[in-house]
Design a binder for this molecule. Structure first.
Ligand code: HEC
Length: 167
């Protein structure tokens, strides 16, 4: 390799590095601020291992959370469904955006009401971009469902009434 060749190579490498930095800086400037920072931290700690850091899901493990949870949050029964899912888990066949999943989501009842509400708000607003008219879930919403224990199969039954697609 000639000296010219290696200079060219290192110049190209430096340029590529600069472009990457510039792109990252531009991206950071464009990214909207996270609305539910506590929820974001809890999501990364408790949920991202299955649903992915951006909530896009993993085909062989867990469904995406980028559209249905924001829709659920717009109706009273849908809001109950969200609280039930994190408190009691979800078992059995479901369809999300025409894709089938038949797995078992574990329950997160060990997390307190405020943490679960914040985690769901991160999913609904930061990941799902729910409309501004949708109210954030509160610790009281979670407490109301905690008072009525269910299992993950019953959570799936209730989901039939709120999910955009059957079952
Ligand atoms: C061990 C993997 C795993 C973890 C961790 C996990 N989930 Fe899930 N989640 C699933 C699976 C699997 C399903 C679908 C279950 C089925 O197929 O019936 C699901 C379903 C859901 C649904 C229902 C989606 C719908 O369309 O009805 C929501 C909401 C949800 N998860 C939120 C969360 C949140 C919030 C956390 C963190 C507190 C979390 N999940 C942690 C695996 C996981």
């Amino acid at each position: 390799m000639s000296r010219f060749g290696s200079t060219l190579r290192s110049t190209a490498a430096a340029l590529a590095c600069l472009l990457t930095l510039a792109a990252a800086a531009a991206h950071a400037a464009d990214a909207p601020a996270v609305q539910f920072a506590d929820g974001a931290a809890s999501f990364q700690a408790n949920c991202s291992v299955c649903h992915g850091a951006a909530g896009t899901g993993l085909p062989s493990l867990a469904p995406p959370l980028i559209s249905y949870p924001a829709r659920y949050a717009a109706s009273p029964e849908g809001r109950r469904q969200l609280a039930m899912t994190v408190l009691y888990g979800l078992f059995g066949a479901i369809t999300v955006d025409d894709k089938h999943f038949d797995f078992k989501m574990p329950d997160f009842s060990r997390l307190d009401d405020a943490t679960l509400a914040a985690t769901l708000n991160f999913v609904v607003f930061d990941i799902g971009h729910a409309a501004a008219s949708v109210k954030p879930l509160t610790a009281a919403d979670i407490a109301a469902e905690r008072a009525q224990p269910l299992d993950g199969a019953a959570v799936r039954e209730h989901r039939k009434a709120v999910a955009p697609a059957a079952p």
